[in-house]
Design a binder for this molecule. Sequence first.
Ligand code: ADP
Ligand code: ZN
Length: 613
Amino acid sequence: MNDTTATFSPHAVLKRYFGYDAFREHQQDVIETILAGKDAFVLMPTGSGKSLCYQIPAIMRSGVGVVISPLIALMQNQVSALRQNGVKAAFLNSGLSPGEAETVSRQVAAGEIDLLYVAPERLLMDRFQAWMRRLPVALFAIDEAHCVSQWGHDFRPEYLRILEVTARFPHVPRIALTATADAVTRRDILEKLHLNHARQFSASFDRPNIRYTVSVKTNGKKQVHDFIRAGHAGHAGIVYVRTRARCDQIAAWLRDRHINALPYHAGLPPEIRALHQQQFLREDGIVMVATIAFGMGIDKPDVRFVAHLDLPASMEAYYQETGRAGRDGRDAEAWMLYSLADVVSMRKMLERSEGGEDIKRIRRQKLEALLGYSETVSCRRTALLGYFGEPYPGPCNCCDTCSRPPDTWDGTVAVQKALSCVYRTGQRFGAGHLIDVLCGDLTERVAQLGHERIKTFGVGTELSKAQWRSVFRQMLAAGLLTVDMGQIAGFRLTAESRPVLKGEKNIRLRKDPPAIRPLARKASTSRPDAEQGLKTNGTGDLFEKLRRLRLDIAQKAGLPPYVVFHDKTLQELALARPGNRFELLQIPGVGDRKADRYGQQFLDLINADEHTE
Ligand code: ADP
Ligand code: ZN
């Protein structure tokens, strides 16, 4: 802290450094808790503004705020973004040369740093601790706190030892933050970090600016291409795929079609990975085609879409991965494809995986949940939040099922025929062969096995083969069938199948969407957005010019563009067209430092644009 900030209120610090007028939900309460020297546990979704909750108290309290973060690769960006805002921030990690580290240590010791980012490995070093004990520490922020839990998706053993260190500073407040949605992990974090007494702040896990869409995969490559072309040309986005090989293929395929795509997976040399990540962060409009090796802590705010070309590992993974879209609060899309083949291969992988029957049962339930979500006929948001125990009445009007409620039909008879076909063929076959039998298709294989003689041969000609595939997929999702993991990997009946076969239970199935077309964007009336203003006021040109200026400044400074200004700030600039510094400071995202540093260039551009119109 410096003496001048001591007299500022949290509110004034928010305006002066970050250029915002008002706190979001919980921010002020969290900040006041820390300022009062108490511990806090913050559970808020990605993009909700958790960072300010420790940054502002670190600026205001005397001493240095120590931020423990697992993401060495991102520290530099976080710190440069803070410095752009005039915050005295630094990081210490293995990427620094001894000389650089020495400089940072000296600055911290001289009281010149308000926020110091360190990796847990560094925090645990004896030398570091000895050094730290001589300093006034303002607070400890434990970012990505779910890393302390084995139940979470990013367990880091070093996180378990953070407590050893912070316990030596009993009077320093601690704040743990996470966007992890599931209850088991949350409880585990509180326990492992001894935070049961801490004040807890939790916000809804809804991400209202994300539109959710799930479609059946017919031709994945083409579908994702059409999706990007139709609604996201020139946007930054992430396309998740399951394997490294697919990652390379899809990226190349999109590049051939003039989409600026790059691959990212663990099989690439580290320097290529680092380069691609850097490009994604620093250039506008890159599409990263990635395996799950990419993403943890990607805090790029302007990712406009996350597309799953293959199913994610679980609902938790889906929530985390899609959560990387739209951190800036502007409209974003979570778009996913799924197919029968995906479901079958995930089942196989699961059954072959290590671990006892109990673990497999949990994994099976998790997979069921994901399938249930994909096949749901009601609001996706309701299903997603429901999975995490948060009631959401819906409809949200911002998902595919709300926008185009799927038609359903009485599938009881079809399901009975399918089940009976599975049974009569000996519970050994996959969908392809079963559908041939149902449709009365006398293939070589059918003839070889003599399956044209069984009772269900040709009883299903009322449906097309594509429709039958949909029936099988939904049966699998509903647990009416399971995949046998013997050598043949065919479908088997389950306990759920029986009541249906016996006519005791009716089944409604969803009709597949007639064609997989990108959703027409409905401008939501509930969330007025600068985007709408842009369209009606015809400021699109100015916005583009501002974007180019931003890119130019960013490239000269070697920074990601969003560190200069967020898209949202550019949009507000294009709308409000400030004419002087005073008006400029009214724009959200423009604090004192940025107004000094870039203000004139943006004002000049806006002024010049005025005169060319
Ligand atoms: P999280 O860490 O929760 O994912 P961040 O701290 O990165 O979220 O904040 C997400 C975005 O919201 C950032 O661009 C940040 O500048 C912005 N933001 C945070 N607090 C406010 C606020 N009070 N008003 C406006 N924007 C805010
Ligand atoms: Zn909905």
